[in-house]
Design a protein around this ligand. Structure first.
Ligand code: BTN
Length: 325
């Protein structure tokens, strides 16, 4: 471990207590000037560390940033986030970065996170609103040995994991809307975008991107009626780092269930967390807007949609627009 890591660890284990520069310098076997330089750097990274000429230093609060070391520290996973965690203060899209990294050989479990995205990608070519420091913008590189037709399931797994993570940290009535939305009431709080590279029968890699609106206090006019954030729903600051860790632990668990063939269990859990089945919706199929009922979800992630003319359609992508009864 570097001196900065050791210093941070020592300060954290003495949170709320003052420690003199002299004691720190003895403990870490570096000069007092070196201690001061590291403290300055840690403060720049957002850690709250008080200093007083007579008492020394006192660590009071962790950084509000999504620093890889903080994520790693809180994470109980075996694969996800165990290798590289690539962190950007700003990037165009963590999915774009993830796809590049995967194409150049980054291993399964590599994470890409950003504090802000300038061109966050939503599904169907839309933009994902990604303001600085108020959301989670995270992409995960996976290399499942599956055929491309199984890939939509990766979105379902992420939806389940995200819903469970939010339910674990709040008492919100969050639910999944097929295929990739997390809703509170009728407003979207999170979305998932799965992108991949494959040949005809084998996926090379999948990048699962998740965006969660955590701390936003407002949205641009065009999203005002359809988006919400955890802060707007609870009035509380929810820790983005804790939410990421919880999501990744659950996602890893469901991902392993999926690769072990436990599809029924996944499907059942998805249905429990979703309000889609049985609902009335309008959806565009082959260029036509059809109204009908979402009848069931198939093990491969396809939705069985029965249109008003009695025909059943299997759909894998689309926007379900709820129809009021
Ligand atoms: C949707 O339209 O619901 C999907 C939104 C997915 C947004 C996330 S944010 C992190 C990752 N990087 C992107 O550019 N998009 C995904």
């Amino acid at each position: 471990m570097s001196t900065a890591e050791n210093l941070l660890g020592f300060l954290k284990s003495n949170q709320g207590s003052w420690i003199s520069g002299e004691d720190l310098s003895r403990e870490l076997s570096v000069s007092r000037t070196a201690i001061w330089k590291h403290i300055r750097k840690l403060r720049q990274e957002g850690y709250e560390i008080e200093s007083s000429p007579r008492r020394g230093y006192c660590y009071s609060k962790t950084s509000p940033l999504l620093l890889p070391r903080e994520i790693r520290e809180g994470l109980r996973t075996k694969v996800l986030g165990r290798g590289d965690i690539v962190y950007f203060e700003e990037t165009d899209s963590t999915n774009a970065r993830g796809l590049e990294l995967a194409a150049s050989g980054a291993p399964e479990g590599t994470l890409v996170m950003a504090e802000a995205q300038t061109a966050g990608r939503g599904s169907k070519g839309r933009e994902w609103h990604s303001p600085e420091r108020s959301g989670i913008y995270l992409s995960i590189i996976l290399r499942p040995r599956i055929s491309p037709i199984e890939a939509p399931k990766m979105t379902l797994l992420a939806g389940i994991a995200a819903a469970e993570a939010v339910l674990g940290l709040t008492d919100l009535d969050v639910h999944i809307k097929w295929p990739n939305d997390l809703l509170i009431g009728n407003r979207k709080v999170a979305g998932i975008l799965t992108e991949m590279a494959s040949d005809m029968d084998q996926v090379s890699y999948v990048v699962t991107g998740i965006g969660i609106n955590v701390g936003a206090k407002e949205f641009p006019l065009e999203l005002g009626d359809i988006a919400t954030s955890l802060f707007m729903e609870t009035g509380r600051d929810i820790s983005r780092a804790a939410l990421i860790c919880s999501f990744l632990e659950r996602y890893e668990d469901y991902y392993h269930k999926f690769t072990d063939g436990e599809n029924r269990l996944i499907l059942e859990r998805w249905k429990e967390l979703s309000r889609t089945i049985g609902g009335r919706f309008a959806v565009e199929i082959s260029g036509k807007r059809l109204e009908g009922v979402a009848r069931d979800m198939e093990p491969d992630g396809g939705l069985l949609f029965e249109s008003a003319d009695g025909k059943t359609h299997r759909i894998f992508y689309g926007d379900l627009e709820a129809i009021e009864e």
